[in-house]
Design a protein around this ligand. Sequence first.
Ligand code: HEM
Length: 149
Amino acid sequence: MGISEILKSAHSGWRYIVIILLVAAIANAVAGWLGKKPYTEGTRKLNVFTLISAHIQLLSGIVLYFMNSWYKVDSSISMGRYWKMEHISMMIFAVILITVGNARSKRFDSALVKHKTIAIYFSLAIIIIFGAILAMVKADASRSFWGVS
Ligand code: HEM
């Protein structure tokens, strides 16, 4: 198994860490927002860990993109288009939403507004991530929605 295979499996499996942390952070934010709970140190850490996990996924993705020459593939077929442009643009957008949501949440004093900011930005990010993975399964029959390759 070469470095590219190892990195691909890492990127493939790491999605679960990102998704689990996102789900936990969203559940926590919605509960905090609607239940008017304080914004605790635990909440701050959960949101930061979610952010870090997304940045790790971003880094491994960028390396894979260049290492496996996805920027060179033929974009006239849907599989090529997906890997050359769609995956990275949707995923980078999702990571930007997580980054901006986390940064904006720090600017407010009100716990309620902090929770609300996280809830909205992180929810949009997870919707885009699921959309991108669905699009992946449609464009590339060798990949699956659940499961690690
Ligand atoms: C939260 C963000 C992301 C998630 C959840 C995610 C998820 C995935 C999944 C599920 C695969 C398929 C792996 C398999 O075949 O089992 C994949 C492949 C890939 N991802 Fe991502 N990804 C994310 C971000 C990114 C970013 C930001 C980039 C690039 C800048 C990227 C580049 C790639 C590339 C190039 C592949 C193909 C790997 C290969 O077969 O050579 N990903 N990603």
